[in-house]
Design a binder for this molecule. Structure first.
Ligand code: T6T
Length: 326
């Protein structure tokens, strides 16, 4: 087996960087500012800390207690005001509203890498926003398409389906709903998307909204929960209504809760993102940039593991379940 295959992409990059780090290099300090406290970002933080350990980098982490620009911006400003950060790795909670505060951070000399969510259209080479080094995350439009095909299969290609999501203008979940709706509209003429609600990343709101939809649309066939709290809320509402296994749920994000509901037959498909890789790679990119590497890609898609009842116990798949306390 070749060395590249043995180590994997991240391992190879680390080996190269560590070899390069034999050359005298300034030590860097990185701020890590994810979107909110949730299992997805907890796993991302593990990746960040593992890379920091491997590369000898100091990380300053601040995790917002709730989702949103109003919470994230003052934390960002405080990080900038510290004066000791060379890079900030951040998941912007709004693709437009976070541009100005991040541009200000960048103009003060801090380089920016976005993880999971992006700014503008995410094309930092030719798009409207070009100051971040790279956007590292999932191809969420494709994730939405995969979710749609999974749900369509679970409901035999017909019926009413509903989307529960977090907030408008968040690049990740917005793309998931777009990809999902596009596939339902173009590939499944007998499936009707009856609604999309925003729960503001609050699980209780997701439960209420899904329960209300179950009442409003008594023959609802399926629900797409576009992230951790949306999927948890959707799954909980379906179980509360006694409709587990009758109304199918597709869950974006591989939490232990989603996997339990998969085993119980409530959830038919779980889409695992790769937050560990996102975090690890973002730190590697900062390190490489500080060493003078100028060829870093402006976009990296980290891929998915698609989990269903047939492969959930396959160790090659199960390793992508978010292994954190919930
Ligand atoms: O789905 C992830 C993340 O990709 C999204 O941008 C926000 O929600 C999560 O953190 C899950 O809660």
């Amino acid at each position: 087996m070749g060395i590249a295959k043995k180590l994997g992409a991240i391992g190879v990059l680390t080996a190269m960087l560590m070899a390069g780090s034999a050359v005298a290099q300034e030590k860097i300090t990185i701020g890590f500012l994810p979107g909110v406290v949730d299992p997805f970002y907890q796993v991302m933080e593990m990746g960040v800390m593992a890379a920091a350990k491997d590369l000898g980098i100091t990380i300053v982490t601040q995790i917002p207690p709730t989702w949103g620009v109003q919470v994230q911006t003052p934390i960002l400003d405080a990080m900038v005001a510290r004066g000791d950060l060379d890079y900030i790795i951040l998941a912007p909670t709004d693709k437009d509203q976070m541009i100005a505060p991040l541009l200000q951070a960048n103009e003060s000399g801090i380089k920016i890498i976005t993880v999971d969510t992006f700014l503008g259209d995410g094309d930092y080479a030719n798009g409207p926003v070009t100051f971040p080094i790279s956007a590292i995350g999932s191809d969420n439009t494709e994730g939405g398409r995969i979710s749609a095909r999974g749900l369509a299969k679970a409901i035999n290609g017909e019926g009413n389906v509903y989307i529960n999501s977090t907030n408008p203008n968040v690049s990740s979940v917005e793309a998931r709903a777009i990809g999902f709706t596009e596939v339902m509209d173009n590939e499944f003429p007998d499936i009707n998307v009856v609604g999309l609600d925003f729960n503001l990343n609050d699980m209780n709101t997701a439960v209420q909204q899904t329960s209300a939809t179950l009442e409003r649309v008594p023959d609802l066939a399926g629900v797409f929960g576009t992230n951790v709290f949306s999927a948890q809320g959707a799954g909980t509402a379906v179980v509360n209504a006694g409709l587990g296994g009758v109304v199918q749920v597709v869950a974006y994000d591989a939490t232990k809760f989603a996997i339990e509901q998969l085993r119980e037959g409530v959830v038919s498909l779980v889409l695992a993102q790769k937050p560990y890789d996102m975090g690890y790679m973002a730190v590697q990119f900062a390190f490489a940039d500080s060493a003078g590497v100028t060829s870093l890609p402006t976009k990296v898609e980290t891929g998915f593991a698609i989990i269903d009842i047939n492969n959930v116990d396959d160790p090659e798949i199960a390793r992508f379940i978010y292994q954190v306390a919930e």
